[in-house]
Structures are given as C-alpha cells and as structure tokens.
Write a protein of this length. Structure first.
Length: 166
C-alpha cells in the first residue's frame, strides 16, 4: 500500500457539526437505517458544545478533509461504581478503509477513557457486520453473546412514561 498522507485525529467541536452530521448520514446508509434518521444539525451543534456536552466526537482527517468519525458519551457502571464511555458510532468512509483510520479513532477513544479513569469502553455492533466484529475482536474487544440491546422509543416510550390512572 502506498502512503497517501498522514491521518490526523482531532476533537470535533460545535463548528464541526456539519461534518459529523455527514458521517451520521453515511453510517445510516451503510447500516440500512436511513428510515430511522431524525438528524438535526443545529441540535447536534448544541450537543457538542458547552461545559458538559451531551456527546463528544473525534474527526479523522486526511489532508485536512474529514474521512471518519467517532462519537461517544459518558455512561456509568453500577457494578464498578465508576463512569465509563459509550462509543455510539465509529465510521470511516468506504474509500478510506483499510488504512488504519478506524483503529486510530478507536485508540483515541480508548485513550480518552483511560485518561478519564474509566474502567471500560462499551458499544454495539450489528450482528450482520462481520467485518466490524472481526476488526473489534482483532483489537481485543469481546462481543458479549448474552446481552441484547433493548429500546423504547416513539409511542411505546410515551405510553410507558404516561401516568397510570387509578
């Protein structure tokens, strides 16, 4: 493989919301989940800002152009009674894969977790995404077979949150 330039990973700020939003759209397309997308760039910009942002993101850049991202936020382990990190998304544009960019992003998020004293970094991976599963396993991740993601959203979330008539 020829060297096509060095990749730089940096923290994304509110001014990078358009780039992060682009990667979210590309990821939704890749995961065949575009129908679930409710992306609001202004809201994302707001969530990347402030003293306690709702989420944080890293951008991988090649020659100053964003080619990948990782978005993460704080979570909490009751068993460890310590804050952890949740990696919500990691995505590299298909034409830039195979250059170690995803690994650079994953290492950077892991470094943030270690710097914050987090005992673990967690994320989900779709069961059909065997290339991602293999990538994660090659770099030490365990894909937990006995856990399934549960989700309440939309009407189901509203119904459960509604007061119970007595």
């Amino acid at each position: 493989m020829t060297d096509r330039g060095a990749v730089a990973v940096r923290v994304a700020g509110p001014a990078d919301a358009a780039s992060v939003a682009r990667f979210i759209r590309e990821l939704a397309r890749y995961e065949r989940l575009e129908h679930q997308l409710d992306l609001d760039e202004a809201r994302l910009r707001e969530h990347l800002a402030g003293p306690q942002p709702a989420c944080s993101a890293l951008l991988a850049e090649l020659a100053g152009q964003p080619v990948g991202f990782a978005l993460f936020f704080a979570s909490y382990s009751t068993f460890r009674t310590r804050p952890c990190l949740w990696l919500e998304d990691l995505f590299v544009l298909p034409e830039h894969r195979g250059r170690g960019i995803g690994l650079q992003l994953l290492r950077a998020v892991a470094g943030i977790a270690v710097a914050r004293g987090c005992p673990r970094l967690d994320w989900n991976v779709l069961d059909w995404n065997t290339s991602a599963i293999g990538f994660y396993e090659r770099h030490g991740a365990r894909v937990l077979p006995d856990w399934r993601t549960c989700r309440l959203d939309g009407d189901a979330l509203s119904r459960l949150a509604a007061p119970v008539a007595q």
